[in-house]
Design a protein around this ligand. Structure first.
Ligand SMILES: [Fe+2]
Ligand SMILES: [Fe+2]
Length: 278
């Protein structure tokens, strides 16, 4: 492979290998989700959580056709392969949320304005901006998944643990894509791009805090606390992604991907009900 023609190939080969190796880890973590356990949440909390998970189920199920087509303009086969595997991971997340909805006794949504708006926005922009939107969505949602892992329900916890393990790496993947995309852009251009991304991130965190507020409260997290922490996740990633830190090398996948352990379930004082439908 000619490195002059495909300058990003080496780092994205590492990503394609990571996503391929991840398939075995998925099988192992999926097997740990206790799907047969009855729902352990009070009806009100289960309903709030279900309404929130419905939107995540929709948001993660896209086929990424437009994204893959735009990515081909980079003429980097390793990048195309990594991106395809990344989209497959997101589709698996959607399937896990769908199964979690079944556990909570709720049907999936056909559509939701927030998902439709995100998809429409992504179609209007170029590859770099689309990846920026992914970085924003994934860093902002990180705090939501961390809260989900503290749910009193073992199935919800198991799903959150499985998805979190992927999402930490997805953020690193978006950072490397943006580092490659901004490689030839002078610093003032990168500062403008980072500033615009901050505006969108603040908006996204605000929408999520309001729209998913009842679920956040059911998980024991105040929406204002969520908002602050969510932007903290974005704030730690943005300097790397927009090449505003001193780092020269790509971040790459973690040598030892961090698997999030299950948390002790909440206060343990909640009423255990056998049917979340109430
Ligand atoms: Fe995801
Ligand atoms: Fe993701």
């Amino acid at each position: 492979m000619n490195q002059k023609e495909h300058p990003q190939t080496v780092e994205f080969e590492a990503w394609a290998s990571y996503f391929t190796a991840n398939l075995a880890r998925h099988e192992r973590l999926d097997a740990l989700i206790p799907w047969d356990t009855p729902c352990a949440l009070p009806h009100r909390d289960a309903a709030a959580l279900a309404r929130s998970l419905q939107r995540f189920e929709l948001g993660e199920g896209g086929e990424g056709t437009g994204l893959l087509a735009r990515a081909r303009s980079r003429h980097d086969p390793a990048y195309d392969a990594a991106l395809k595997l990344f989209i497959a991971e997101e589709q698996k997340h959607s399937a896990l949320f769908l199964a979690a909805l079944g556990h909570l006794g709720v049907e999936p949504l056909g559509s939701h304005w927030s998902d439709a708006a995100f998809v429409r926005l992504r179609r209007l922009v170029g590859l770099r901006t689309e990846i920026t939107l992914f970085l924003i969505a994934e860093t902002v949602a990180m705090e939501y998944f961390l809260a989900l892992r503290r749910s009193d329900d073992p199935v919800v916890q198991g799903v959150a643990r499985r998805i979190l393990t992927d999402e930490v790496e997805h953020v690193r993947f978006q950072i490397d894509q943006l580092r490659a995309g901004f490689a030839g852009v002078p610093r003032p251009g990168r500062v403008v791009a980072a500033s615009a991304a901050w505006v969108v991130a603040v908006g996204a965190a605000t929408v999520l805090a309001i729209d998913h507020g009842p679920a956040l409260r059911a998980l024991g997290l105040r929406p204002s606390t969520f908002w602050r922490r969510a932007l903290g996740h974005f704030g730690r990633s943005a300097p790397l992604a927009f090449r505003l830190s001193r780092r020269v090398a790509p971040v790459g996948p973690m040598a030892e991907p961090r698997e999030h352990p299950l948390q002790p379930a909440g206060s343990g004082q909640r009423t255990v009900v056998r049917d979340c439908r109430g």
